[in-house]
Design a protein around this ligand. Structure first.
Ligand code: AMP
Ligand code: MG
Length: 539
């Protein structure tokens, strides 16, 4: 099977079309600066003392045609911590800007990401290899260009978990330790501590962000904006035809739709990105830049994992669909100089709403095991209220709802409220009060009726319903405290929990006998523990 895969890294083929097609910053020093008239700056990763491989993702290696043996060599560890370059690599950091928390922030850029090059695999796909945490670049501003183990474990595991959940995302090839210490003030309380330094090699077909377009528009560099957009069209949207106004608009609509699909997936699985700035949104509609993200445990639309966002809660779970639209409007503004007409841009933005609605309706139906929603808005709204009556674990609730016995063959259901709710008990953080129990049971009675209607209209039997639900409601997600436990052990030099989670999350929809401990509510000790509930941007 693996014999035709590459086992010698030197055989990886690079086709660095990004750097070849686009203008480079003529300054090749590594001083922090504003970079004008260029899309990237050439920069070398900073060598590190004692690189050590923590984990790699074999599926990502396979995208690059790499055999597992290639990932277990010293060369692999050296290359993916930035100590050595392979023939054909052309390392560089990209220039981009962005709106942060609703405000234009000017030039940001790859401050701690270095693109090594673009692998051309045997299927003809280009995959960019990008080290995160391999040292400063011209875009590092006041920071060090480094990353610590805890945030790198979180990025590595979550990228892969999201992929296996069916959520579009950048990928992660490897997680390595640098053997060096990095100082971070994790709580921003004037108490900086040394932490182990780490590097993740991220992999994507493109790392272009909304902010990549915004920077040229904001600076009035319209020629460069056009050149960059033309490159993006040809490289990342080849199906949209030759550059021109129609193709620019088609590209924008494509981004609107793929972003809508991504957000619907986030809402389906309970993912909260935490920092949806325009520099953190990919034009491919992929989840990118895993920072202070989190997973909803208790179903609370107002929850945000990001301590920096605790006041305004701009990036809270329930606000993500709105924010994506706001970000798309900024991208539309950036593309305006190429299009020079408002209406078609507005129409493309409308396609975001339409696509989001379609995806959300389809997912909501599937989450409940229904063929489709039909005048169910109020009833679905009531479910969302029921989920907020008391702290209710979203993942466990939906997964257990599949086990609810609707007794489709009986006309009258004599079960008491308590009996109806019994199978859902493990989803509740506190016992239900009588009025909460009553309202939940009423919703379940309505659910039973709704399922009977689905059987009459569409012939849905109960095993079909359950299969549908279990294919869309994951059993295992990267709960915040699970990631933290893996981090705590990794900081002691024990990587087994990282490997356990990587394996578990390869099959998030499957029943995995013996793994039930991972299908459990957040324990009480994790409620306020750093890393388990709220996270700072310090990483
Ligand atoms: P983020 O909020 O993580 O997306 O980062 C915003 C900007 O800050 C991007 O330009 C990052 O590359 C940059 N940045 C974040 N952390 C660091 C760091 N440790 N060193 C240098 N630049 C950083
Ligand atoms: Mg970012």
């Amino acid at each position: 099977m693996t014999s035709d895969l590459i086992s010698d890294l030197a055989q990886l083929r690079f086709d660095n079309r990004f750097v070849e097609a686009l203008p480079a910053d003529p300054d090749d020093s590594n001083s922090r600066r504003q970079v004008y008239g260029a899309c990237y700056s050439r920069v070398k990763p900073t060598p590190v003392k004692a690189p050590q491989l923590v984990a790699y993702a074999r599926e990502v290696a396979e995208l690059l045609d790499l055999a597992p043996e290639a990932c277990e060599t010293d060369t692999f560890t050296q290359v993916f911590t930035g100590n050595r370059l392979l023939p054909g690599m052309d390392p560089h950091a990209n220039c981009y800007g962005g709106h942060q928390f609703g405000h234009w922030a000017g030039q940001l850029g790859d401050g701690r990401a270095i693109n090594l090059g673009q692998v051309l695999n045997r299927r003809g796909e280009h995959w960019t290899l990008q080290l995160k945490g391999a040292g400063p670049t011209p875009y590092s501003r006041s920071a060090d260009g480094l990353a610590v183990l805890r945030s790198s474990v979180r990025e590595f595991l979550c990228s892969e978990a999201m992929h296996h959940l069916g959520v579009p995302t950048t990928r992660a090839l490897s997680l390595t330790l640098t053997g060096e210490q990095v100082v971070r003030d994790m709580f921003y309380d004037g108490n900086p501590q040394p932490e182990p330094g780490a590097v993740v090699c991220r992999v994507a077909q493109s790392f272009t962000r909304f902010g990549s377009f915004e920077i040229y528009a904001a600076r009035g560099e319209h020629e460069l904006l056009k050149r960059f957009t033309d490159y993006t069209l040809r490289a990342d949207f080849p199906h949209l035809g030759e550059p021109g106004k129609a193709a620019y608009l088609a590209m924008f609509e494509d981004v609107c739709r793929s972003t809508a699909q991504m957000i619907a997936h986030w809402m389906r699985v309970g993912f909260v990105h935490g920092v949806m700035n325009t520099d953190n949104l990919s034009i491919l509609g992929q989840t990118i830049d895993y920072g202070p993200y989190g997973w909803l445990e208790d179903f609370d639309p107002n929850w945000t994992p990001n301590t920096t966002d605790a006041q305004g809660r701009r990036y809270r779970y329930g606000n993500q669909p709105q924010i994506a639209l706001w970000n798309l409007a900024q991208l539309g503004n950036a593309l305006y100089p190429l299009i020079d007409e408002v209406e078609p841009l507005q129409a493309a933005l409308d396609s975001y709403r339409e696509e989001y609605q379609t995806c959300r309706q389809r997912d909501t139906a599937a989450k409940l095991g229904l063929t489709q929603l039909q005048n169910d808005d109020l009833w679905v709204e009531e479910l969302h209220k029921v989920l907020q009556l008391t702290e209710t674990d979203m993942t466990i609730f939906y997964r257990l709802l599949a086990d609810f016995d609707p007794r489709l063959d009986t006309d009258t259901d004599e079960r008491s409220d308590a009996e109806l709710i019994e199978p859902l008990q493990p989803a509740y953080y506190q016992p239900l009060k009588p009025d909460q129990q009553k309202r939940t049971a009423q919703w379940l009675r309505d659910y039973r009726e709704r399922l009977q209607r689905d059987r009459i209209l569409h012939g849905t039997d109960d095993s079909t319903r359950r299969a549908r639900m279990n294919a869309t409601n994951p059993k295992y997600v990267l709960r915040n405290y699970l990631a933290q436990q893996a981090i705590d052990r990794a900081e002691q030099g024990d990587f087994t929990e990282i490997h356990n989670l990587l394996e578990l999350l390869r099959h998030p929809y499957d029943e995995q006998p013996g793994k039930e401990d991972y299908f459990a509510k957040r324990p009480e000790w994790a409620r306020h523990k750093a890393g388990c509930s709220m996270l700072s941007c310090s990483s």
